[in-house]
Every structure is written in C-alpha cells, then in structure tokens.
Design a protein around this ligand. Structure first.
Ligand SMILES: [Fe+2]
Ligand SMILES: [Fe+2]
Length: 269
C-alpha cells in the first residue's frame, strides 16, 4: 500500500491566514489547540492497534501506512495553525504536560478484546472527528481554517470507511451481536467525552488561565461555550447516520430510529 496524501502542510496557504477572524475567540483556541494535542498523539494508539491486528497484514499495513501518517499530519497542521493564530501559546511545553497525562491512559488494555468491537469503536471516533471538523469548518469564516478543516474532514470520512469495512469482516468472523456493538459504541462515546477532551482541555485551560483550578464543573462550562459556538454547525444527520451504520438495522427500524436520534442529538447540543 503506498501512501498518497491528497494534501500536505506545504499546500496550506499559511500566509493568507486572517488572524483577526479567530485570535480573540477563546472557544476556537480551545478547540484547535485541544485537537492538535489529541491528533499528535495518534502514534500511541496506532501502536496498540497494530499489535491488536498483528496477524492481519492488510489491516496493520493500512494502520501504519495510511491511517497513522494522516492523523499525525492533522496534528502537525493544527499545531501550525495554532502557532500562526496564537503565537503566544507555548505549544511544546503544554503538549509535554498533556502527553504525560494522556499516555498514562492510552494503554493496550484500553482496546476492546473483541476486534470487531474495537473497530466499531474506531468508527465512533472517526464519526466524532468528521463532525468536529465540519462544525469547525463553518465556525469562523476564516479561509485557511475552512480549507484545513475541509481536508481533515475528508481524511476522517476516509478513515471511517476503512474501519467500517474491517468491522464488517470481523463481525462475520467473531459472530458479534448487535447488543455487543451497541455497548461498544456507547462505551466509546463516553470515553471521548470523559477522557480525551477532558485531558486535552485541561492543559489548554492551564495555559489560558494559569493557576486557576480545573475540574468537571470548569470543563462543563467550557464545553457549553464550545457547543454554543459550533453546535448549530454540527452535521447531525451525517453523525447519526455514521453512528447507526455498524448496528446494521433493518431499513424499517432505521427509518424510525434515525430521526429520533437526530432530534435527541440536536437537543443535547
Ligand atoms: Fe484526525
Ligand atoms: Fe481519523
């Protein structure tokens, strides 16, 4: 498998970045700096996943040569964006502190033992990132951010398709039930909310408000503000569609559940 990235850091017109569109928005700063931290740490997770699929050369080759370089490029490009938009932010120092916390959590034991379920859970992550970058794409009107988030969004949808394809293969092999899949989807949704973004925002908050406490209440207040900014841009139909796909529901049931879930997602946001 040869890696063909359809964009690189050099293809982003950094010189055209309109700082005045984004620099005063603490919410955008939180979202972009936080995402740059998590994406930059993708190699940790890839290593664990490759080990999980060591006996499947097709999957492990795609993880190492397709998925990981793209995720790392997302981290590098977002870091570059943050460097241009908020030059006062000491990215390296804050990332080091984030990495110390996050890497302690990102252990092979975190992976779901049934491989079909781990793949379903990766579909949730890719759904989450595809939705996140769509929302960011529309949030500011800043042209370089719009271009960058479009590229990342397309990559994330591509990742989803691979994970979904491999999920279907393993679901057959492991005879995974719909209830098990539902459990895995739910578990992953909770982890994204409770661990990944909580830790990332902790270290961005520490830079923005040195010495101030950070706990669940502060985290909730911040995410509330982020939702206010981008909630209306979240592509609910696409997100729910991507979330429900691994459940492989009958078309009839799907027609009932889809709009209900969409409505609930809008309400939560
Ligand atoms: Fe990514
Ligand atoms: Fe991805």
């Amino acid at each position: 498998m040869s890696l063909k990235q359809h964009w690189t850091l050099d293809s982003i017109p950094w010189g055209e970045l309109r700082r005045e569109y984004v620099a005063d928005s603490e919410e955008l700063f939180y979202m972009l700096a936080g995402a740059s931290f998590i994406e930059t740490t993708s190699d940790l997770y890839t290593r664990n996943l490759v080990r999980h699929f060591a006996d499947n050369p097709e999957v492990s080759e795609w993880l190492e040569q397709g998925w990981e370089p793209e995720e790392l490029q997302h981290g590098a490009a977002l870091r570059e964006y943050v460097r241009h938009a908020w030059p006062e932010f000491d990215w390296e120092a804050r990332y080091a502190a984030f990495f110390a916390d996050y890497s302690a959590l990102c252990k092979p034991e975190m992976l779901l033992p049934l491989r079909s379920l781990e793949l379903a859970s990766r579909c949730v992550v890719e759904m989450g990132t595809a939705s996140y970058y769509t929302a960011l794409h529309h949030a500011s009107g800043e042209p370089v951010l719009a271009q960058l988030t479009q590229h990342i969004f397309e990559d994330e949808v591509g990742h989803y398709k691979y994970f979904y394809k491999y999920f279907r293969q393993y679901r057959e092999i492991e005879n995974t039930s719909r209830t098990q899949v539902l459990g895995a989807l739910w578990h992953r949704l909770r982890v994204i909310e409770d661990e990944d973004s909580y830790i990332a925002l902790c270290h961005v908050h520490a830079a923005r408000h040195p010495g101030q406490p950070y706990d669940k209440a502060v985290y909730k207040e911040i995410t509330g503000r982020l939702r206010k900014l981008v909630g209306k841009h979240v592509p609910y139909r696409m997100s729910v569609n991507m979330l429900l796909k691994p459940l492989d529901m009958a078309p009839m049931a799907r027609r009932v559940v889809q709009p209900v879930m969409e409505g609930m997602a809008r309400l939560v946001a």
